[in-house]
Structure formats: structure tokens, C-alpha cells
Design a protein around this ligand. Sequence first.
Ligand code: MF3
Ligand code: CO
Ligand code: CO
Length: 289
Amino acid sequence: MKLGRNDACWCGSGRKYKICHMNFDEKVRGYALQGHLVPDHDMIKTPVQIEGIRRAGEINTRILDYVEPYVKEGISTGEINRLLHEYTLKLGGIPAPLNYEGFSKSVCTSIDEVVCHGIPDDNRILKSGDIINIDATTIYEGFYGDASRMYCIGDVSEEKKRLVEVARECLELGFAEVKPYGFLGDIGYVINKHATEHGYTIVREIGGHGVGVDFHEDPWVSHIGTRGTDYLLVPGMTFTIEPMVNMGKADVVTDEQDGWTVRTKDGMPSAQWEYTLVVTETGAEILSR
Ligand code: MF3
Ligand code: CO
Ligand code: CO
């Protein structure tokens, strides 16, 4: 059914279509006619949804801030999980990983050659030289925020420190590409370029994702991309960027026993950082970091 000029806009603003998203829809249709992949309306969040995702993102950031000082030599990843779980409940949130498709813990903890989805374990104690990714996702008042950070434990080799640094630069460079009427492929393009220039590789099988109303939504965000391809970016899209940068080869394998832990095939270390963001009228805003 086609919206009339004076009907309420589909975006949930409460404004008339003709003074809200009517010109926008025209513009996007133009891109589609040129052969571009364009987001449909359900990939674009309403102002009310964006506010909710912003609050969930802020809570998620606070949770990562809270656990940060505990991420030191001698603590187990099981204990980090408990601390994060308790604090999430204290703030009125729900840890999204818990029971998500059978995941048994409240956070992902991925050390060294573990690329992502590492399962917290009381018997895995952080030791000097480890690099660890802590990936938290929080549901707050029905909305989702998702972010991850890396930590270097004790004395970490210069080689691994560099990997962690470059992975962070990859995320920042990818984020800097996000603007309305840019393309999703621009993000992965700069990420893969930067990693390659440092002799690293980017994991292909796992990407970022739409997030906010659900844990994993469309679009899927490749971290190796081609400029000017993939979805057109428009204001109101919320998604993650979360490049996994490998020191060795790009290939990964999932643990057959636990069904979750993703490792590099060659056993070399991997690093990852993640933001949740929203595309704005002028660029992008980080909603969780
Ligand atoms: N937080 C992860 C992501 O960035 C997903 C973890 S799924 C889980 O998409 F079940 F392992 F928690
Ligand atoms: Co995450
Ligand atoms: Co994510």
C-alpha cells in the first residue's frame, strides 16, 4: 500500500509523509534504480527505537567499564563472567549471550588464538602475555547494545601488542567511513586494506550485524569489502562493526566439542574490537563502545 502525502510517515516520527521521509524515499529509489542494494524500512529505526538502543548501548558501555579493572593477571574468565552478570542485573539489564542459541554464559571471553565466542571458564586463569577480548551485549528495556574491547595482560610481546593496536585502528577507520549515502562495502574495504598493509588478515566468515531491536539483524557487515558496493547507508540504521584481525592466516575453525569457540586454524593470535553505532544525518554516532 502506497503512503499518501498527508499520511503519517512510516518512520514513526508522527509527521506527515510529505514533510518527513517522502523525498528520502525518492532519493533511495534513485539509488535502487542505479542497481544499488538499498535498505528497506525495517532496517531503519524509528527515533523512539534509537533512543532505546542508545540507552541499552550506554548501559552496555558502563558494564564493560565496570569489569575493566578486574581484567588482570590471576582472575579466571569464569569470575569475569560472574562480575559482569551480577552488575548487568544490578543495572536492570539482561546479558544477551546467556542462553542465546544455547550459549551457557553471559559474556564472550576470547584469548589469543580464540577469534570470538570464547566461553568463560573458572579454570582459565589470565596469565602474563595473554591478550583477551571481552564481548558484552546487554538487553535493556527490550533494546540491545553490543561492544567488545581487547586487554593485554601483564607483559605482552610487542608483536601481539601491535596486533591489538592495529585491530583497534581497523575499527576506527571503518567507523570513519560511516555516513549517509556511503556504502556498507566502504567499511570493510578500509578495514581489510589497513590489516593487509600490516601483514595481517581479516576473518571472512563472521561479520558485524544490524543490532538494536534484536541481537543479530540485517544487514550482515563484512570486514572485507569493496568500495561503493553492498547496502546504501542511510540515517537510522544501527549496526555493529567488529573486525577480527589475525596475525597469521585468515582461516578459522569452530570447536566441535562446545560448538562455539572460534579459533584461528593456524593457532596464531587474533584481535577484535566492536562498536554499536547509528547512522546519523551527518555521519555516525557510537552507541556502545
Ligand atoms: N557479541 C557477539 C557479537 O558481537 C555475539 C555473541 S553470541 C554468543 O555478535 F552467544 F556467543 F554470545
Ligand atoms: Co559483540
Ligand atoms: Co556483535
